[in-house]
Design a protein around this ligand. Structure first.
Ligand SMILES: [Zn+2]
Length: 145
């Protein structure tokens, strides 16, 4: 189990190429979510030889290895983020597409209660709230006024 920690040049048996390392770093640096296109854009600034196909392949590999989460928000948009310890929920702005991650102790408590009540071991709990961020709310009010 602790084997992986020692191996600097492989991720669970897969060679950690410099491009994979770069993508992993960029995913780590990103505070919230990043989609494949944006990841490619950022990666290509640092490594001009990287291709979109490499980015997609690498994201799939990371996903298989359980290093990242793929989050589908809405119908077609797909975001990636480094796997976090549980407990982050999402606010999604329908106006500008901004995603705000938040944590709520109340939500955690609720999950624990439900878990206890049903004797069900909950592994994943997601709260996905859609609406308008303050900026978009302002714009809407201006339009109406
Ligand atoms: Zn917005």
């Amino acid at each position: 189990m602790s084997r992986n920690r020692k191996q600097d040049n492989t991720i669970q048996g897969h060679p950690l190429t410099s491009q994979r390392r770069l993508l992993l770093e960029l995913l780590h640096d990103d505070e919230g979510h990043i989609d494949a296109k944006e990841l490619y854009r950022r990666a290509s600034i640092k490594d001009g030889s990287i291709s979109p196909a490499t980015v997609y392949r690498t994201l799939n590999l990371f996903k298989e290895l359980g290093l990242i989460d793929e989050i589908r928000l809405g119908k077609v948009r797909c975001y990636y983020e480094i796997k976090q310890s549980q407990g982050y929920q999402h606010l999604v702005c329908k106006g500008c597409g901004k995603i705000i991650r938040f944590q709520s102790p109340h939500f955690q408590k609720l999950i624990k209660e439900i878990q206890r009540e049903h004797g069900f071991n909950i592994k994943k709990a997601e709260l996905y709230l859609e609406g308008h961020c303050p900026g978009c709310e302002d714009n809407e009010e201006k339009e109406l006024g």
